[in-house]
Design a protein around this ligand. Structure first.
Ligand code: S3P
Length: 189
């Protein structure tokens, strides 16, 4: 656990933890666990996107395309970057636009939840929630290619990395809490 001096300005500046990483890395379940333990609010950028667009993520992709989805995602990240004392689960493509990371970093420690392509494929097979970017028969190749492109970005943009491939939600959450729990800003709750 990190000890922070009482007058450390970073404590006030950054009271959020933003989770980035590929689809099925476990951002939502880990984020909810971390938020619960630290008494922070849990926020998901996809939920904010759906509120802004008044339609589901799948419908945005289907009716307006990925380009429009990314524009709304920028708007959503701008909004969530202004809140405090929260755990923010970011859509896997948040790293596509660096402005998102620049904004998040002002209020958040950024944690990259790494996951193997094989684990993503297995988890995707079991899940009912639609991921428009994984449509099609060549799912395995799609996942591998996208991870290859994004992995260097997730790594470069994060303050801390946790591999979720063979770990439970609790194990991953505990690592994040051990690293950033001390930055909890109880005053902004
Ligand atoms: C996307 C990930 C999704 C969602 C959208 C696009 C991506 O969120 O934002 O389908 O580009 O990786 P999750 O990472 O929460 O599944």
């Amino acid at each position: 656990m990190i000890t922070i001096p009482k007058n450390n300005p970073r404590k006030r500046e950054k009271s959020n933890i933003a989770l980035i990483g590929f689809m099925y890395a476990g951002k939502t379940s880990v984020g909810k666990e971390v938020a619960g333990v630290l008494g922070k609010k849990f926020v998901d950028t996809d939920d904010i996107i759906e509120q802004i667009a008044h339609k589901s993520v799948s419908k945005i992709f289907e009716e307006e395309g990925e380009g429009r989805f990314r524009e709304i995602e920028i708007e959503a990240v701008k909004k969530v970057s202004k809140i405090a004392n929260s755990v923010i689960s970011c859509g896997g493509g948040v790293v596509n636009n660096k402005v998102n990371i620049d904004r998040l970093k002002k209020s958040s420690y950024v944690v990259f939840l790494r996951v193997s392509a094989q684990a993503v494929f297995v988890r995707a097979q079991k899940d009912k929630k639609d991921r428009p970017l994984l449509h099609g028969a060549d799912k395995k190749i799609r996942i591998k290619n996208l991870i290859e492109v994004r992995e260097p970005l997730y790594t470069a943009y994060s303050d801390f990395v946790v591999d979720t491939t063979d770990s439970s939600v609790k194990e991953v959450a505990n690592k994040i809490i051990a690293k950033f729990g001390a930055y909890n800003d109880s005053k902004s709750k």
